[in-house]
Design a binder for this molecule. Structure first.
Ligand code: ATR
Length: 271
């Protein structure tokens, strides 16, 4: 039940109708018995939307494509990490001051750390978009060697230079040596479920494979990795952890990560 005291949270993006963030946050609110609601706002004018957050005293906002970078100059303050990554996915309204954070990087690291000790690993990272930037930051913070491969080689090389990583041409993907493989491209995402960024022969027992694609949650890459005996981490793990970190920024409370994953799995299964 909502009433005149209900606190409002939400997500801004375009499109947002397939976002799973409402599932994450409304699920937590309900279980914790909080009088709060999380809504999806499809935004055309970002500046006005940001004014609306302040004007309506919306307590917290998730930010998704295409606004993660564009929102930065509209905020009152941005964390040093979000600034370095160049993207904000979380806004906290602290008494009318809008503060931007990035939880994509920590969400990805927590998802990886569930399965692998992330220190001094050799990580092959596929992609150089927003998600790849956040993951690169996290991997370097943990002292790993990161090799970036991106379809547009120049963009991959630029990201590698910025974060002191190695870069290799996209065409060499199947010839590289690594302990951990992270797919931060959209390859394998529905409706292109039959695609994988690497050949099955590239995968072998002993490595860990993480895919940030969560629709389908078992991508072809993860299916083949499983068949080869690799450790696998699906995109729902990162999604759940970045959402949990947002919730903690907004409320100071730690939600149950396994329950979030269960809610997400059920919702995706239904879809
Ligand atoms: P996000 O913020 O989710 O990372 P993005 O910034 O649009 O989204 O980045 C998408 C990534 O997927 C990019 O690295 C993109 O490669 P390019 O930089 O060459 O565009 C990669 N990508 C998308 N489709 C791809 C495909 N069919 N094959 C290989 N890489 C692909």
């Amino acid at each position: 039940m909502t009433d005149s005291r209900t606190e409002v949270y939400g997500i801004i993006g375009r499109p947002v109708d397939h976002s799973l963030s409402p599932v994450i946050h409304n699920g937590i609110f309900k279980r914790m018995g909080l009088n709060a609601v999380y809504l999806a706002f499809e935004v055309t004018d970002l500046r006005e939307a940001v004014m609306g957050i302040r004007g309506l005293n919306i307590r917290g906002i998730s930010v998704t494509l295409p606004f993660k970078t564009k929102i930065i100059p509209l905020l009152d303050e941005v964390s040093g990490v979000a600034e370095k990554i160049g993207a904000v996915n979380t806004v906290s309204n602290q008494g009318g001051r809008l503060i931007g954070f990035n939880t994509d990087w920590s969400g990805a690291m927590k998802a990886l750390e569930e399965k692998v000790d992330l220190r001094r690993k050799r990580v092959l990272l596929l992609g150089a978009g927003g998600a790849a930037r956040a993951i690169t930051y996290g991997l370097k913070e943990n002292g790993n060697t990161v090799i970036i491969c991106n379809r547009s080689n120049d963009k991959g090389a630029r990201l590698a230079r910025e974060f002191d990583c190695l870069s290799r041409p996209w065409s060499s993907i199947n010839e590289l040596e690594f302990d951990v493989l992270v797919n931060a491209t959209s390859v394998g995402m529905h409706p292109c479920d039959g695609a994988s960024p690497v050949r099955k022969e590239t995968l072998f027992k002993g490595i860990t494979v993480m895919d940030i694609v969560y629709s389908p949650f078992k991508t072809k890459l993860l299916q083949e990795a499983e068949e080869k005996g690799c450790q696998t981490i699906d995109g729902l793990a990162m999604l759940a952890h970045q959402g949990a970190a947002q919730f903690e920024i907004w409320t100071g409370r730690k939600p149950d990560i396994d329950q979030i994953k269960k809610d997400l799995r059920e919702t995706l299964g239904e879809r």
